[in-house]
Design a protein around this ligand. Structure first.
Ligand code: FES
Length: 98
């Protein structure tokens, strides 16, 4: 039996904007948010300033940098940094102003 390839994109529901976008698996969530026409706050785009912080209501992301600018507690609470977070599933996201 042939293994199925992972989908090229997932569906992201953006609760704070009440919108749905394509979240491409091969790029950070922030890029997909912007391509979807969502004006998401950002600055450094490298996972340090936290301007883009969001909370995942469901779904999974992965990081290509070792430790993005989030505490272990924030990660447990579902906070993510879309500028460096890559989607691994369909997800729901809301603006995470702490
Ligand atoms: S834009 Fe700075 S952490 Fe995402």
């Amino acid at each position: 039996m042939k293994a199925t390839a992972p989908p090229p994109f997932f569906i992201a529901n953006v609760e704070s904007d009440d919108q749905q976008i394509d979240a491409w698996a091969n790029q950070p969530l922030l890029a997909s948010l912007e391509q979807g026409g969502i004006d998401w706050p950002s600055s450094c785009r490298n996972g340090t300033c936290r301007t883009c912080i969001a909370q995942l209501m469901h779904g999974k992301v992965r990081y290509e940098i070792e430790w993005p600018g989030l505490s272990a507690e924030e990660k447990l609470e579902g906070y993510v940094l879309p500028c460096v977070a890559f989607p691994c599933s369909d997800l729901a996201l809301r603006s995470g102003n702490l």
